[in-house]
Write a protein that binds this ligand. Structure first.
Ligand code: CAA
Length: 261
């Protein structure tokens, strides 16, 4: 079912319990204009609030994920223009999405496109995927998290190579570096991402949310703080119906049915 809200730069499809957001500016390889970013943000806000939706797939379609921020839009802007617009700040809403967000990446995921994929919780790469941060070739550096998320995931040297050379890595190399979860034939990437999302949609939603929060906390805080946050969420989950259902279902040798309560 296509969601009722009309967007100009993305397509949103809800097939409860999952939804798909497709970046849709094919003529410019899904370059991330401010309007596209705003729409992705808005759509995620709505899908976060929609109780029927348990997990979301983000894709650019079969050929390209996204070739980065819109260079045509940025070329003549000043530092003050950029600061006022706070384009990178707008990505914060995407990073804050509370349900599992799975990127299905085919073809180029460059610059802001790569950074957008790295904001997702899981990445399913088609074998045509090319991930990179070519900003250096434009006289800038990544501005939406690339310099921070690459080293936290792939380590210092792979990150340095990517940032300084601007050269993209293949899907296989991205897998070796731990940047993506799986590499599959390109024509399968979307289906595998949807299958993954459907699998997660069967899990207890509150526990999913807390698990996601806890893992993300590991990137933000010292170990003791992360462990304390984890422990609080662990105890909290014993106040949920889903915990009772999950444990009793195990003891009764049946599959748990979770309600997010
Ligand atoms: N912004 C605007 N338009 C873009 C674009 C971008 N990032 N990437 C591609 N396009 C446009 C091209 O200008 C071209 O338009 P026309 O047909 O009107 O000429 C169209 O998309 C197709 O692109 P190409 O002809 O270049 O396609 P290709 O297959 O030969 O090359 C590519 C593909 C290697 C991805 C090449 O397009 C490219 O290098 N794109 C730019 C990648 C880049 O530098 N991204 C970083 C942007 S900065 C950023 O993202 C900052 C940040 O951190 C937020």
């Amino acid at each position: 079912m296509i969601a009722p809200v009309a967007y100009e730069n993305i397509l949103v499809e809800i097939e409860a319990p999952i939804a798909t957001i497709t970046l849709n500016r094919p003529k410019v390889l899904n370059a991330l204009s401010p309007d596209l970013i705003r729409e992705v943000n808005e759509a995620l806000g709505e899908l976060d609030a929609d109780e029927q939706v348990k997990a979301v797939v983000l894709t650019g379609g079969p050929k390209v994920f996204a070739a980065g921020a819109d260079i045509g839009d940025m070329a003549d802007r000043t530092a003050v223009d950029q600061l006022r617009r706070d384009q990178t700040g707008r990505w914060a809403g995407i990073a804050a999405f509370s349900k599992p967000l799975i990127a299905a990446v085919n073809g180029y995921a460059l610059g802001g496109g790569c950074e957008l994929a790295l904001m997702c919780d899981l990445i399913i790469a088609g074998d045509t995927a090319r991930l990179g941060q070519p900003e250096i070739n434009l006289g800038i550096i990544p501005g939406a998290g690339g310099t921070q998320r690459w080293p936290r995931t792939a380590g210092k040297y792979a990150a340095m190579e990517a940032m300084l050379s601007g050269a993209p890595v293949t899907a296989r190399r991205a897998y070796e570096l731990g940047l993506v979860n799986k590499v599959v034939p390109a024509e399968m990437a979307f289906e595998v991402a949807k299958r993954t999302a459907r699998g997660l949609a069967e899990k207890p939603p509150l526990a999913l949310r807390m698990a996601k929060e806890a893992v993300l906390k590991a990137f933000e805080s010292p170990l003791s703080e992360g462990l304390a946050a984890e422990r609080k969420s662990f105890y909290f989950l014993f106040s949920t119906e889903d915990q009772k259902e999950g444990m009793h279902a195990f003891l009764e040798k049946r599959k748990g049915v979770f309600k997010g309560r």
